[in-house]
Structure formats: C-alpha cells, structure tokens
Design a protein around this ligand. Structure first.
Ligand SMILES: Cc1ncc(COP(=O)(O)O)c(C=O)c1O
Length: 392
C-alpha cells in the first residue's frame, strides 16, 4: 500500500486555486492528461484513461470491446468480486477458472473452460503476483479471445521485463487506498487499441461526443455512464506515479531477504511465482489446512490465510453465486444461451490451495531488518507442545 503525504497535499493547492476541478476535455491539458501521458510512457502503452475507480475501468474495457449478452468471460476463482461483477455489468456472464499455486489463473483450466460462447479472459495479477502471460496470450490467440488484464492489485509490477497491463488487448488498474498507487479511490483503463480506446472514452463519459472524444478515430457514438475522474485525483496521481518504482524496489528487496530465510523451513514452502526474478508478493504453502491455520494464528500481523480473505474467494460472492441482479429483467444469466454452473464442484483446486496458503505482507514501510527478524521467527516458531514446527 502506497503512503500519501505532504507532496500529494502540496500538489492539490494549484488545482484547487485554478478552479478547474473537473475534466470536460483534454484541450487545456491539466493533471489528468499529464498523468496519462507519463503512465503510458512508463508502462509502454499507447492510451490510458483515468476513471473514478478500477471497477469502472474493467466495465468500460468489457463494454468498449463489444462484449455483452450471450457472451461468457473467464475470470479467476480468487480475486476481488469486482472482476466477476464487471462482465455482468456489461450483460455477459462470468465463468470461474481455477487458480494454480502461483495464485493466478491456471492456464490448463482456462483451456478446459473455453466454450463457443467465450469471448474474453480476464487474468488477474493478484496481490502483486503476476500471471503466466505467455501461456495466457498463446491460448487467447489460438481461440481468438480478447484478454483484459486486471492489474488492479499489481500496478507497476513486471512480467519478463514488461509491465502488467501491457500484454492483453486492454487493462484495468485500481488506485484505491490499498493499492500500489493510492489516491483513495481511482482507476485507469489502458490499451494499445485506438478503436477500443475511443469507445471506452465515449462509454466512460455518457457518450458525450461533444467533448472531443473522437479526435483520433471515427466510431459510431455509443451511450455510456459517468465514470470520469477529476483533476484533484490527477494531481495526486502525478505524485504517486513517481513513488511507484521505489516502492516496488523495496518490496522486491524484502521478498528476496525474507524468502532466503523462509526457504530454510521444513514445514512451509515459499509459493511459486510466474516471474520470480521480479517477485514482489510473498505467499507460503503448507501440506495441510491445519498447518496454515496455525501459522496464521501465530503470526497475526501481516499474515493471513488466503481462504479467510473474505470476498476474494468465490464462495463468498453471494450475489454472483445466487445470480441475483438489481432488477430481475436485467439479468445477464437469463440472456445466456446456456446456464452457468457455480455448484459444488466449482474450482475445488482453488479452494484446496487457498486453504493451505498464507500471504505474508512485505512491509515496505517497515525497516528491512525488522522484516528479516519476522521471517526468522517464522522459521523458528515452536507450537504449544514444544516441538520445532518450523525448523531453521
Ligand atoms: C483484483 C481487483 N480487481 C478490481 C478491483 C476494483 O478496483 P476499485 O476498488 O478501484 O474499483 C480491485 C479492488 O480492490 C481488485 O483488487
């Protein structure tokens, strides 16, 4: 989680004094435009559009891609509920895909879940763990599917030298207060596809063409919603963007130091990563659920068992499992050709992994020595019975 401080505070004053808090066009530049330009340059993308939050960016990407009623979208069984809710907001239905031990979509299960109705995959770079983008892009191209990366929980991370969000057809980022870029609430859509970008711009601003959204490309106007960001958010984003890489570097350093120590344990295993050379998310795995539960109970601060992380686990997504939308007549499950099943056999591999896995915070705001000390305690812990549970 990125800290907000005096630099953000100072950046707000000029925007407030200018009186130009809203963005109605890019004609006059402003903080949002500056952020989007710098973000694209840093992330190797052609177009970025700041929005009110990451959910808005996901929905806009799906709508702009022309995905809707009758379509299926593959989403992981372990993610924030917004990833699965976004296709529904556009009229499509989410189909759940197992994660593997990297905590991201299992490419083998993606293949199993593809049907003639599948239109897109939303891989989620979860908790700063990057997806196997080589495998996912290969599958997507073979089956002619769109890829919309959900990089909300891994803003700025890299996979094989490229930033998350720069592999697929579009990407969504979140800048809420738990994320690598933190402005309280905020998000962005990014893409290299000019048509998708033009449609997303129209969609996020109620289809307001008179605001110059069609400057690059002639697209028939589409109606949308109001997902706009404001210039106050832009001012904070410009400061936060500069803090991003130093913060990731700190997480990387803590990952290396802590995993070096944790790798001496006989009981826990450091979880695999799709690009371990750039890892900035740490999880440890156990043979049994009980071992994972006990570890989480013993190391409360900064440690939790993934199965207990509430709505990130699909079994807690009641509105989706019950297929209930605000109005029964506007229910994408009714528009689907075939019923989607979220019954008892759904994603049991994910549940098994989540029950045996704990996440360890990398404490980027704490001294490295303290994190090393905590890791040492984790491998030396003795349970009540006195036996060495996590041997050195
Ligand atoms: C994986 C994932 N996707 C989407 C979102 C939605 O982002 P926001 O809260 O900015 O709408 C989040 C936010 O927590 C997330 O973690």
């Amino acid at each position: 989680m990125a800290r907000v401080g005096v630099r953000e505070w100072l950046a707000l004053a000029p925007v407030m004094l200018s009186g130009k808090l809203a963005r109605y066009s890019d004609d006059t530049g402003g903080p949002l435009k500056r952020f989007e330009t710098d973000f694209c340059e840093k992330f190797g993308l052609s177009h970025a559009l700041t929005m009110c939050n990451g959910t808005a960016a996901l929905i806009s990407a799906i709508a702009a891609a022309g995905i809707g009623p009758g379509d299926e979208v593959l989403v992981p069984a372990y993610t924030w509920i917004a990833t699965a809710a976004a296709p529904l907001a556009a009229g499509a239905v989410p189909v759940l895909v197992d994660i593997d031990q990297t905590l991201t979509m299992d490419p083998a299960d993606i293949v199993r879940k593809i049907t003639p109705r599948t239109k897109a995959i939303i891989p989620v770079h979860m908790a700063n763990m990057v997806c196997d983008m080589d495998a996912i892009m290969r599958i997507a191209r073979e089956h002619n599917l769109l890829v919309i990366e959900d990089a909300c929980q891994a803003v700025g991370l890299t996979y094989k030298g490229k930033r998350t969000g720069s592999f697929g057809d579009a990407a969504a980022y979140s800048f809420n207060q738990f994320k690598n870029i933190n402005i309280g609430e905020g998000g962005a859509l990014a893409t290299n596809d000019a048509t998708l970008f033009a449609r997303a711009r129209m969609y996020h601003d109620i289809g307001a063409l008179f605001r110059g959204h069609l400057e690059f490309i002639k697209e028939p106007p589409i109606l949308g919603v109001n997902f706009k960001a404001n210039q106050i958010q832009g001012a904070m984003l410009n400061v936060q963007l500069k803090k991003l890489d130093p913060m990731i570097a700190k997480m990387r350093r803590r990952y290396d130091v802590m995993t070096d120590i944790l790798s001496h344990s006989d009981v826990l295993r450091v979880g695999p990563h799709n690009d371990v050379g750039n890892a900035a998310g740490l999880h440890v795995m156990f043979d049994t659920e009980d071992d994972a539960k006990r570890f989480a109970a013993e190391h409360k601060r900064g440690v939790y068992r993934l199965y207990d992380s509430s709505r990130h686990v699909f079994t807690n997504w009641q509105p989706i499992l019950q297929k209930r939308t605000a109005h029964p007549g506007m229910n994408p499950y009714k528009w689907a050709d075939k019923s989607v099943d979220y019954g008892g056999d759904t994603c049991t591999q994910s549940l098994d992994i989540l029950k045996r896995t704990c996440r360890i915070s990398l404490g980027e705001n704490y001294p490295l020595m303290l994190m090393a000390h905590l890791a040492k305690r984790m491998v030396q812990q003795r349970p009540a019975g006195g036996q060495l549970a996590y041997a050195t």
